[in-house]
Design a protein around this ligand. Structure first.
Ligand SMILES: [Zn+2]
Length: 592
C-alpha cells in the first residue's frame, strides 16, 4: 500500500464511541504507532490517547501482537504485508481541540483520532467516513477542508484524502445538519458552515464575514499562494466560545445567541465577539499557520514544544482581530476604542502585569497560561491581551514615524515565511527598516515585567489615556458619571458557591489580602449584617474610605472574622478619549 488508510464509524452515538480502522503496509518489523499529545495552536498537553478504550491489530493470518510502549505509542510485532489496527475512541469533549459525538453533531479532529504510522507520515493519507444509519443522522452532511475523493459527493460521507499526516491532522471535520453559505475572496471559495437548526440571518453573517476577510487579506496584500479554499466550521451550542486555527479552515464554538438574529441590524456584544473570533482565526491563516516560529518547523507533538513568541502570534492576532472590525466599518471608532479600554483595563488591574514578562508568559504557556488557578491575576500575564497592547504601542510608535504595524507585519510575512521567525525576528526587522530605537524599546517591553507605556505612546494615534480606580468588580473601564473617588471596595473577585459569596481571587497587596482573607473564604457578614452577591455593593456604599469593618467568614468549616480597612480600588481601569480625529481616522481607515 502506498498510502495510509483510516475509516471512521460512529458505532455508538449514545456512548460517544468512534471506531477507527487503520490499514497500512509496515516497512519494517516493529513499526510504531503514535498519537499526538497536543494539537498545534493550543499549547497544553492533552494526552489524546487516554480516550482510546480498546485497540487490537490483525493481518491476513490473524491477530498481530501490539505492545503499548507509553501513554501514546504502540509497537507492532512481525512484518505483515498489510496490517489492520482497530481501536475505539471515546469522543465527548465539548471543545474545538478534540472530538465530540452526540445525536446532533460529530466534531472530529483527526489529531486526536488518527494514530500516526511512524516513518510513513509523508505518504498520502486517506479517510473513509461511514454514514451512521440512525434516523437522527439521516440528514447529516460533512464539512471539512479535506479534499474529497472523486467518488465522494460534495458534503457527502465517503472518501477524503490528505497529502500527508500533517495535513490530515490539521483538517477538522464537522458532521451533522448545518446551514452553508459560500463567498469568494480573490476567486478563492470560502465556506461558512453553521451547525444545527438556528434562527439566524445567514446572508448578513456571510456579508459581514466577507468584509472582515477582505480586510484581513488587505493587511498582507494577498491571500497565501497555496490557499485554494477556506472553511469557517461553526459549531453552535447552548453556550461556549472558542476557536482553533488550521491551514485551510477554522473550527469555532459559539452560543446560538451569538448568531445574528433575523431582522436585527445592530451588532450586539455577542455577535461582535463572534465576528472578532472569526476575524482572529482567519488572521492566523497567515500568522502562525504559515508564518510561524522557526522552532515549529516541524511541530513535535509528543511533548511540549516551547516558544517565547506567542505574544507575537497570539498578541498581534488579538490586536488585528478587533481592529479589522473597525477598519471594515462593522463597528464605529467609539466602539472599537471602548473595546481597547476593556483590554487595557483587564491587563492593568492585575498585579501580574508587574510580575511576569511577555517572554515568560509565552514560554511557560503550557503550565501557566493554560493552567490558571485562583492566583492567576497575581502571577500570569495574558500573551493575548498584553501582546495586543504591545502591538498597539508599536502601532503608535510606527505611526509617529510615518509607518504602520501593517507594514511591519507584511515585512515579516515576506522575509520569514520559508524559515519561520527566530526569537529576535521582530527586533531585527525593525532595525533593518531603520527603527533602531524602537527595536531597543521592544526588547525592553518584552523582557521586563512592567506596564507598557501606553499613556506616552497613544497620542500618536490621536488618543488620550487616563486611568481611574475600578468602581466595581465588573468595571472594565470607560468614562463614567461617577467621580470614582467615593467607591468603596474589597480587592477580590467573588462568586456564589452553594448560595454563599466566595472570594474566588484575592489581589495581592489589596485590602482583602492585608486583612488576612484568602481565596476560597466564604463571606457571611459585614459588621454583623448578612452579605450576599446582591447586597455587597450596597452595604459597602454606606461606609467611607478608611473605615474599618468586621468581616465574618467561613474558611472551609471554620467560622472566622477579620478586620478589613475599606479603600477605593487599588486597581486602575482605562478611559480613552479621541483627541485628534484626523490621526485616529487615519489609523482606523480600511487597509489598501
Ligand atoms: Zn489565536
Amino acid at each position: 500500500m502506498k498510502s495510509v488508510k483510516y475509516q471512521f464509524e460512529l458505532v455508538d452515538i449514545t456512548a460517544h464511541m468512534l471506531r477507527v480502522t487503520l490499514q497500512f503496509s509496515p516497512r519494517q518489523p516493529g513499526t510504531v504507532l503514535s498519537l499526538p499529545a497536543w494539537i498545534p495552536g493550543s499549547y497544553m498537553i492533552r494526552d489524546f490517547a487516554r480516550n482510546i478504550t480498546a485497540i487490537r491489530a490483525f493481518d491476513a493470518f490473524g491477530a498481530v501482537t501490539l505492545t503499548q510502549l507509553d501513554k501514546q505509542r504502540w509497537q507492532l510485532e512481525g512484518n505483515s504485508d498489510v496490517v489492520t489496527v482497530e481501536y475505539y475512541v471515546y469522543a465527548y469533549d465539548l471543545s474545538v481541540r478534540a472530538a465530540y459525538i452526540d445525536d446532533e453533531v460529530a466534531i472530529l479532529n483527526p489529531a486526536c483520532l488518527c494514530l500516526a504510522v511512524e516513518g510513513q507520515q509523508a505518504l498520502p493519507h486517506q479517510l473513509n467516513l461511514v454514514k451512521p444509519t440512525l434516523p437522527c443522522c439521516k440528514d447529516w452532511r460533512v464539512a471539512t477542508a479535506l479534499p474529497r475523493h472523486n467518488t465522494t459527493k460534495a458534503l457527502g460521507f465517503g472518501r477524503y484524502q490528505a497529502a500527508n499526516y500533517d495535513v490530515l491532522i490539521d483538517s477538522p471535520l464537522l458532521l451533522g445538519r448545518f446551514n452553508l453559505s459560500q463567498f469568494m475572496i480573490d476567486e478563492v471559495p470560502h465556506y461558512l458552515v453553521v451547525s444545527g437548526d438556528n434562527r439566524t440571518d445567514l446572508p448578513r453573517f456571510t456579508d459581514d464575514l466577507t468584509r472582515l476577510c477582505q480586510q484581513q487579506k488587505a493587511v498582507f496584500g494577498a491571500l497565501p499562494d497555496d490557499l485554494t479554499q477556506y472553511w469557517f466550521l461553526l459549531w453552535v451550542t447552548e453556550d461556549g466560545y472558542g476557536g482553533l486555527e488550521h491551514n485551510d479552515s477554522t473550527l469555532l464554538l459559539c452560543s446560538r445567541f451569538d448568531l445574528p438574529a433575523p431582522g436585527a441590524t445592530e451588532i450586539d456584544d455577542n455577535y461582535q465577539n463572534l465576528l472578532a473570533l472569526c476575524s482572529h482565526e482567519y488572521f492566523h491563516t497567515w500568522w502562525v499557520k504559515r508564518l510561524k516560529p522557526a522552532c515549529f518547523h516541524p511541530y513535535q507533538l509528543h511533548a511540549e514544544q516551547y516558544t517565547s513568541q506567542l505574544w507575537l502570534y497570539e498578541g498581534f492576532t488579538s490586536y488585528f482581530d478587533d481592529l479589522a472590525l473597525a477598519k471594515a466599518g462593522l463597528i464605529t471608532a467609539e466602539r472599537y476604542i471602548s473595546n481597547l479600554e476593556k483590554t487595557i483595563s483587564r491587563v492593568n488591574r492585575n498585579p501580574s502585569d508587574s510580575v511576569q514578562s511577555l517572554l515568560d508568559s509565552s514560554f511557560t504557556a503550557w503550565t501557566k497560561f493554560y493552567k490558571q488557578d485562583e492566583n492567576a491575576p497575581n502571577a500570569v500575564v495574558s500573551y493575548y491581551a498584553k501582546g495586543a497592547l504591545l502591538a498597539l504601542c508599536l502601532e503608535a510608535q510606527l505611526h509617529a514615524n510615518g509607518s504602520s504595524l501593517q507594514q511591519l507585519v507584511r515585512w515579516l510575512w515576506q522575509h520569514y515565511l520559508s524559515t519561520g521567525t527566530a526569537d529576535n525576528a521582530l527586533e531585527l526587522s525593525l532595525t533593518q527598516l531603520g527603527f533602531t530605537e524602537l527595536a531597543a524599546l521592544l526588547t525592553q517591553w518584552l523582557s521586563q515585567a512592567a506596564p507598557l507605556p501606553l499613556q506616552q505612546t497613544l497620542p500618536a494615534l490621536g488618543l488620550e489615556l487616563v486611568y481611574r480606580p475600578m468602581q466595581h468588580m465588573d468595571d472594565n473601564g470607560g468614562s463614567t458619571n461617577n467621580s470614582g473617588n467615593n467607591s468603596i471596595f474589597i480587592d477580590a473577585q467573588t462568586k456564589v458557591v452553594n448560595g454563599l459569596l466566595q472570594l474566588s481571587q484575592v489581589y495581592q497587596g489589596g485590602n482583602a489580602h492585608n486583612a488576612g482573607l484568602m481565596a476560597g473564604d466564604q463571606l457571611l457578614a459585614i459588621d454583623g449584617v448578612k452579605v450576599s452577591a446582591n447586597n455587597l455593593s450596597k452595604l459597602l456604599s454606606r461606609y467611607s474610605v478608611g473605615n474599618q469593618v468586621q468581616v465574618h467568614f467561613y474558611r472551609k468549616d471554620r467560622l472566622l472574622s477579620a478586620n478589613l480597612t475599606l479603600n477605593t480600588a487599588t486597581q486602575q481601569v482605562a478611559v480613552l478619549t479621541i483627541k485628534d480625529e484626523l490621526l485616529c481616522n487615519a489609523w482606523l481607515a480600511a487597509s489598501d
